[in-house]
Design a protein around this ligand. Structure first.
Ligand SMILES: *Cc1c(COP(=O)(O)O)cnc(C)c1O
Length: 225
């Protein structure tokens, strides 16, 4: 496994996908997902010039944080339980996986107690069918209206995952659905909400995600093979 070489290769493919979509390569950031590798490998990723690292489990993040500290920009990308919020607020740059008002309230509470601002994304699981009809947008707006009232957090965009092995047409629909949802929310002009990020795309589908507007791609496997 040659991590530096894999990173070079992925960055080239990212830049090509961005150019093809008429976007600037520097508008898409690689988040290297280190959940399957140890801190030593994560360090290699940093040495290769990638500063954003993603972890999906709080304990695995904390183990690496103990070794690598706050040098990386850490991203929490996996499901987060409210009782674990206290371990990560202020330590991670961005929480991608906020999927309920309740979870956002807990993050808000902890961040306010620590007198800091925690950046978050709101995760949506949209299906291809839903994105076609635009269903769910009204409900999403209601959620953002409530989120916009919370202190201690800043909502900087949306995150989604396409189902593993879904046909490309469906994957693209999901990604474009998330982009349309973010455009609809941006139009509302909620306080404390800026739709600057779309976190979408993994090893198998990041090029499609970039074509649909991804600003953060979360890539694991393709870096560590
Ligand atoms: C593991 C994981 C990734 C990376 O997936 P790969 O297929 O290894 O690139 C991205 N996002 C989330 C939420 C993950 O858990």
């Amino acid at each position: 496994m040659n991590i530096a070489e894999n990173i070079e290769n992925i960055k080239l493919r990212m830049a090509r996908a961005a150019s093809q979509a008429g976007r600037k390569p520097e508008d898409v950031t690689l988040v290297a997902v280190t959940k399957t590798v140890d801190a030593l490998c994560a360090k290699e990723v940093l040495n290769a010039g990638v500063t954003n690292l993603g972890e999906n489990r709080v304990q695995v993040f904390l183990d690496k944080y103990e070794i690598l500290g706050s040098e990386p920009n850490w991203h929490l990308i996996g499901h987060l339980q409210t009782n674990k919020v206290k371990y990560i607020v202020g330590k991670v740059e961005l929480i991608h996986s906020v999927d309920s008002l309740h979870l956002a309230e807990e993050i808000s509470k902890k961040a306010e107690a620590m007198n800091l601002c925690q950046k978050i994304l709101v995760q949506f699981n949209i299906s291809g069918e839903e994105s076609k009809s635009g269903a769910g947008a009204d409900e999403a707006k209601k959620l953002f209206e409530e989120l916009s009232r919370l202190g201690g957090i800043h909502i900087c965009g949306l995150m989604t995952m396409a189902p593993l092995g879904a046909p490309e047409a469906e994957t693209r629909q999901i990604f474009s659905g998330l982009r349309k949802l973010s455009e609809a929310i941006a139009k509302e002009g909620f306080d404390n909400v800026s739709m600057e990020h779309l976190s979408m795309g993994m090893s198998g589908d990041f090029e499609a995600a970039i074509r649909e507007g991804a600003t953060l791609v979360r890539i694991g496997n393709a870096l560590f093979k």
